[in-house]
Design a protein around this ligand. Structure first.
Ligand code: ADP
Length: 432
């Protein structure tokens, strides 16, 4: 652009020189030459000026491009951060257009609904939840946030609070976000609580009803023979004892659940021995033989009272659900790499395989009458499981119906103490 001026100036001055040469006399020629030179100088000035402006504009364009690139980079970074945020959120986030077609789903949403690629599908096809679909249509209609509880039955049953809100317009149309807050655990716990209250009421109602009717009969029948009266009064005592046992077990369970147990380093073998000594008389009175194979020095960090309770509950069951002339073997040993194992095996009535998964539930009994007759509350194994798990251990059971059962408690050994404890096997080798 700048050279155009130069060409113009040079051509103009050349024309002026030529004209001057041909038509103009000497003094006028000088004036015209001076004018021509002036035109050249002016043209050169214009060239410089336009060049300056050109470079200035170019610099501005370069600056703008750099700024534009920086903004783009910043935008990309922000987009990536937003993406990471959405992907990392532990709640499912879904973005749909106004036709309820999926445009985005984060990783948690993929995990929830078990689809690899979700975009392009309707939320109805994804979630199989008509409730969510209707809620979505309401949000689209109102163009505002709607919140409601919804349930999903696919791929697993879930209860959630769904929140749907308008995100705004994009080049491709409106966008809506759906967030789901999982409430399944809360709903499950609420159900457990309701079942528990119902079970407790039921457990209390039965003995209370029989106490009341026995007392009423005694009261109304003045001519009742002494022997019958005594039998009825004994039944009342038995029922109140049962109520006391249930109340005590409930208290034990609630304490184990609410209080962090005071723990200390204890030798499990000594605790087992103490529990075995406590139940020996009951075993003898029921004609059940009780033998032990307890490895010495099994150090664990535990609450001694709770541990004795665990062993007592297992032993009492092994005695009460045994057969006449039956046997019980209590074993305790170390299992590599760092477990202490307590095993209580009996040759009792056994547990049918269909009942096995439920026996640790509160108030679950295989044979209600037998449990009641032997003084059971249906809470013994629930207490065992709770205490053992709160000590970082686990309970296992193997049973064959009418043959016998083995309950196994596995607890983490306290290894520091273990390494300081003299190993009897090694000592024997050394002396030999
Ligand atoms: P309970 O107070 O009724 O004994 P538990 O929670 O201790 O309650 O046990 C639950 C049920 O598991 C018992 O009612 C019984 O049916 C079954 N059970 C527990 N231990 C044994 C066992 N050693 N042999 C056979 N059945 C058992």
């Amino acid at each position: 652009m700048s050279f155009r001026w130069l060409y113009f100036a040079l051509t103009a001055s050349a024309v002026l020189f030529a004209l001057a040469d041909v038509f103009v006399a000497q003094p006028g020629r000088t004036v015209l030459t001076a004018f021509g030179l002036g035109v050249i100088v002016f043209a050169l000035y214009l060239v410089r000026r336009s060049e300056y402006r050109y470079y200035q504009a170019r610099e501005q364009v370069i600056n703008l491009t750099e700024e534009h690139e920086r903004t783009l980079l910043q935008l990309k970074r922000l987009e990536r951060q937003q993406q990471f945020l959405m992907e990392g959120l532990p709640i499912p986030i879904i973005i749909c257009d106004r036709e309820a077609i999926l445009r985005y789903a984060n990783q948690t949403a993929l995990d929830w609904f078990g689809f690899r690629s979700l975009t392009g599908k309707s939320i109805l096809a994804l979630t199989f939840s008509y409730d969510l679909y209707v809620l979505f249509l309401t949000a689209v209609q109102r163009r505002s946030q709607v919140v409601s509880e919804v349930s999903f039955s696919f791929p697993v049953e879930r209860h959630a609070v769904a929140s749907i809100w308008f995100l705004g317009e994009t080049d491709e149309g409106e966008r809506y976000a759906i967030a789901l807050l999982d409430k399944s655990e809360l709903v499950r716990l609420e159900q457990v609580r309701r079942d528990f209250v119902a079970n407790v009421s039921h457990e209390f109602r039965t003995p209370l009803a029989s106490i009341r009717s026995l007392a009423e009969t005694i009261l109304q029948d003045e001519a009742m023979p002494r022997a019958t009266r005594e039998r009825f009064l004994n039944l009342i005592i038995q029922e109140t004892d049962r109520l006391t046992r249930i109340a005590n077990d409930l208290l034990l369970l609630s304490r184990a659940e609410s209080l962090p147990p005071q723990r200390e380093q204890v030798d499990l073998s000594l605790l087992i021995q103490r529990a075995v000594d406590q139940v020996r008389t009951e075993a003898q009175s029921r004609g059940v033989s009780l033998t032990t194979e307890i490895q010495s020095a099994l150090p664990v960090v535990a609450n001694p009272d709770q541990m004795i309770q665990v062993i007592l509950n297992l032993l009492t069951n092994a005695i009460r659900y045994n057969k006449p002339e039956g046997t019980i073997v209590v074993r305790a040993y170390m299992r590599e790499p760092n477990l202490a194992v307590i095993e209580v095996s009996d040759t009792g009535i056994g547990i049918p395989s269909e009942d096995l998964p439920r026996i640790f539930e509160r108030f679950y009994r295989v044979d209600k009458t037998r449990s009641r007759d032997t003084g059971g509350t249906g809470l013994g194994l629930a207490i065992v499981k709770h205490i053992v798990e709160s000590h970082g251990g686990r309970v296992e059971v193997e049973s064959e119906y009418r043959v016998g059962s083995t309950f196994r408690v596995l607890l983490p050994l306290y290894l520091t103490v273990l390494s300081e404890t003299p190993n009897p096997d090694l000592e024997d080798q050394e002396t030999a």
